[in-house]
Design a protein around this ligand. Structure first.
Ligand SMILES: Nc1ncnc2c1ncn2[C@@H]1O[C@H](COP(=O)(O)OP(=O)(O)O)[C@@H](O)[C@H]1O
Ligand SMILES: [Mg+2]
Length: 269
């Protein structure tokens, strides 16, 4: 069984939550699928507009169903998180990166009929392409700088605010105490970290919190629906009990918002 690692050494393979990935020199080889056409189109666009955080697409092989991407040198943030993400500057950098991504894709429209990992996802005017899995486990850090955003398989049309909400959920994190402690985050820091993310991105925390409750509800519904149908990767999430976990996290967030109301009103963006 492959383990998830902070950094892939040359010649080594590792497994994220879904895929086995192998590093060869300055490249990584990952499985691809029907959704990869749309992902590759975006990766090419991101390279053309010089969005510096995404890996570059180097090769695709439909026969072996693999893609070759540039290797981004650094460490992926597994728990306990690296020091740079525990301090406010780290979450601030996440907001800066997300702002740069949304600015890069604001005028990008997918090809008509594009296929996404979520078979029911659909593009509408006013949407952007969301990364779809914005968590520390898909962010690469080097010498205290955020240098990479990897794993674009869950790319899908959606609202920009949902990306910010997902980053807040996973990277503040807006999660119950035990999860924060496991990441290495001080419980009292959550509010300031949310504020730092919002300031860096340029939005308001109350909008992000409302967006997060909506996102959680949608993710719970989607994981139940697709998990029951056996559709990956949601079946993995369903089997590992993510629906109950997300429900508990949503209840925690509702309470946290109530209890933090005064501080939230005072804390500006
Ligand atoms: N472009 C890349 N640069 C550096 N490391 C990568 C890259 N892509 C994947 N990895 C490494 O492989 C691991 C799993 O890759 P990922 O694409 O996130 O798979 P999964 O879909 O299973 O989460 C990551 O945690 C990271 O260590
Ligand atoms: Mg991943």
């Amino acid at each position: 069984m492959l383990k998830n690692v902070r950094k892939l050494n040359d010649g080594e393979s590792a497994c994220g939550s879904v895929n086995a990935v192998t590093r060869l020199g300055q490249t990584v080889c990952r499985p691809s699928g029907p959704w990869s056409l749309a992902v590759h189109a975006l990766l090419r666009y991101l390279a053309a507009v010089d969005f510096k955080y995404a890996p570059r697409l180097l090769n695709t092989d439909q026969h072996s169903e693999t893609e070759t991407l540039s290797y981004i040198d650094g460490e992926v943030a597994m728990r306990p998180w690296p020091k740079c993400l525990l301090v406010e500057d780290g979450i601030f950098q996440v907001g800066v990166m997300l702002r740069a991504y949304h600015d890069a894709v604001v005028n990008y429209e997918p090809l008509p009929g594009a296929v996404w990992r979520d078979p029911e996802a659909q593009w509408h005017a006013g949407m952007i392409l969301r990364h779809g899995d914005l968590g520390p486990w898909n962010m690469v850090w080097k010498s205290d700088r955020l240098v990479g955003l990897i794993d674009w398989d869950l790319l899908e049309p959606g609202m920009a605010l949902s990306d910010v909400a997902q980053a807040a959920w996973n990277c503040v994190p807006l999660r119950p105490d035990a999860e924060c402690i496991a990441a290495g985050i001080r419980l009292d820091d959550r509010l300031d970290r949310l504020r730092a993310l919002c300031t860096a991105y340029g939005t308001q925390s109350d909008r992000v919190l409302t967006g997060l409750l909506e996102l959680q509800e949608n993710e719970i519904r989607r994981t139940e629906r697709y998990g029951r149908r056996g559709l990956q990767p949601w079946k993995i999430f369903w089997d590992q009990g993510d629906v109950d976990k997300m429900r508990a996290e949503m209840r925690w967030l509702q309470d946290w918002i109530k209890n933090s109301q005064q501080s939230l009103a005072a804390c500006g963006p």
